[in-house]
Design a binder for this molecule. Structure first.
Ligand code: MG
Length: 325
């Protein structure tokens, strides 16, 4: 028998408001990944009478554990047309490789019953010592964060950093990429995180405000730039970009994740969801102009602080590029 390879096909289902990640494994002697299919009636993507949906591979990643490869797919209907739940297709049409993105993915780790790691005996001490902290009274889940970092690097996903966040049991990693692959990589980094957490009997909570009260929510600040932003060196360009983003603030909020109103309250380093603002080094603004950009003669990037931790990165990149075309 020729050598059999194992491919873990990963796709997004049809659940609203945000999709779930799904996967199944194909074992085959083929050296390239063939198109495949699945039962769309079990993923809210088809009826039972017409249930076949198609999986079209779009990116392949070496898998640090078994199976051999993770294969990210987009979904088409049985008619071979883009499925209505496929948010990647529209984004891929406009997001070219000159666009660079750095996502700051925040999340909480929980037990399967929803209790946050470290919160087993009730609310922990108020926030303050957990951010970038060390020690068992300040940290919960580090082994998962670090295993995730190493697994993503081995898979060729450019994680540029990770840290314990402001809430106990809350973490962040930063994921950099170019063009549509940036959003592909972010989805696959989430898949890898969910699987590593699963091995520890732990779940990943991407909700923007898992705990009401004086506890930080989770966001996904999105840093972005294109050729002209990186090279022109003109403050007026950045003002113009912020002006364009302000004009379509409502569309941005619609694309940036559900329940984001619970996070964007004006406290905990956020701007109120109904307001748009921008400012140099301002973490209370919708768009932060990093000091880096100013000090490099207005060559650099911007940070959109509005996207929620549960947002679909395809919708984020499509919104930003569409707004600035
Ligand atoms: Mg953060």
């Amino acid at each position: 028998m020729s050598k059999m390879r194992t491919y873990e096909y990963v796709w997004l289902d049809g659940y609203k408001p945000e999709p779930n990640l799904r996967s199944k494994i194909k074992a085959t002697a083929e050296e390239t990944t063939p198109d495949w299919s699945f039962d769309g009636s079990s993923t809210q993507q088809a009826g039972t009478g017409d249930s076949d949906c198609l999986l079209l591979p779009v990116q392949s990643y070496e898998n640090p554990t078994e199976p051999d490869y993770i294969v990210l797919c987009q979904v088409h209907g049985a008619d071979h047309k883009v499925h209505p739940t496929n948010t990647r297709a529209a984004a891929a049409e406009i997001v070219t490789d000159e666009w660079w993105f750095g996502f700051e993915q925040e999340y909480y780790l929980t037990h399967p019953d929803g209790t946050i790691l470290g919160w087993e005996h009730g609310d922990p001490r108020p926030q303050g010592e957990y951010y970038c902290g060390v020690g068992a009274s300040n940290i919960a889940g580090r082994e998962i964060s670090e295993a995730h970092l190493l697994a993503c690097l081995e898979a060729g996903i450019e994680i540029t950093g990770t840290n314990a966040e402001v809430g106990l049991g809350q973490w962040e990693y930063q994921c950099f990429g170019k063009g549509i692959k940036a959003a592909d990589d972010l989805w696959v980094s989430r898949y890898i995180l969910n699987k590593i957490a699963e091995e520890h009997g732990v779940c990943v909570n991407y909700h923007p405000k898992p705990k009401k009260g004086d506890w930080n929510g989770s966001g996904m600040h999105t840093n972005f730039s294109n050729d002209v932003m990186r090279t022109k060196g003109d403050k007026a360009l950045f003002d113009e970009i912020c002006g364009k983003l302000e004009k379509c603030h409502d569309e941005a909020i619609a694309a940036y994740g559900s329940d984001n109103d619970m996070r964007l309250t004006g406290s905990h380093e956020t701007q109120v969801i109904t307001k748009f603002s921008h400012g140099v080094s301002d973490r209370g603004a919708s768009i932060r102009i990093p000091v880096y950009t100013v000090e490099h003669g207005w060559k650099g990037y911007l940070e959109d602080r509005r996207p929620s931790s549960n947002a679909d990165p395809y919708l984020i990149v499509a919104h930003i590029v569409g707004a600035l075309k």
